[in-house]
Design a protein around this ligand. Sequence first.
Ligand SMILES: C[S@@+](CC[C@H](N)C(=O)[O-])C[C@H]1O[C@@H](n2cnc3c(N)ncnc32)[C@H](O)[C@@H]1O
Length: 265
Amino acid sequence: MSASTRATPPITLSRRIAETWRYALCRLRGQNYLRYQQQRYDRLWRDDPHHFSYSSRQFQLDYCLGHGLRRGMRLLDFGCGPVAAGLAMIRYLDPGGYVGADISRTALNLGTDRIAAAELAARRPDLVLLPATEWLAPLARRSFDMIWAQSVLTHMAPKDTETLISAVPHMLTPTGCLLATFYLHDTPGPRRADIKDWSYDLATLAHYAEAAGLQASLLDDFRHPRPYVRHGHHMAMLHLSTGRSHCVTKARPASGPTDTAPKGA
Ligand SMILES: C[S@@+](CC[C@H](N)C(=O)[O-])C[C@H]1O[C@@H](n2cnc3c(N)ncnc32)[C@H](O)[C@@H]1O
């Protein structure tokens, strides 16, 4: 592991037991994985409204700008949370250009308060609550130049990731693209860790993309300001496009090697 790479502490045994128990309860009630994550994030932000806001999220806007985001575009901040990064995006984009979507009502309520406190309501940001069933329905018939998803696939089960990717062509303009971070591993197939976290190999994501008529690639230039490793996997950047994307300056084809991890990881 490089000196600048920090491993996130493993989840404690007591937290693991608590998460396993909560997930088991969801299953007993017939609730799906999305509902489990919805309850988890609602709880997380009720307990700590500033979670994810202690460090600057400006890097997310900067990365989007480096990959073609422009003022007049429409951006979907998928899994926006309480708009910790969204505030800078709303400030940058033309009025009506920002749409944030999330499964957590608590996060969106906090986001609405933050937008008001930052006096950004006049820029007409739209915060969309995604339900646990027919989850992407509120985004149907909407079209975006860029879809941004920071630290969301990392909490999405393969079935949901596949559903999202299959919906992407309907949510993008012909020249649009999706940029999404995920935890990358090299062995075949998705992998689950600690109930709440998932990692993917590029081939699986490329397979979902191909089925949706999209092209998948890894972008080498993404560095999270807190470069961390979770469950031994590094955060990587997935780029999906219809092949006519205006978004990207540098992309590595999905058939290429998958080791974006820093040397020694
Ligand atoms: C780790 S937080 C990241 C929040 C924000 N993107 C940021 O970087 O500050 C993950 C967010 O994704 C949301 N989320 C998790 N699974 C989701 C899903 N399947 N669809 C939409 N949002 C989801 C959570 O509610 C949470 O707000």
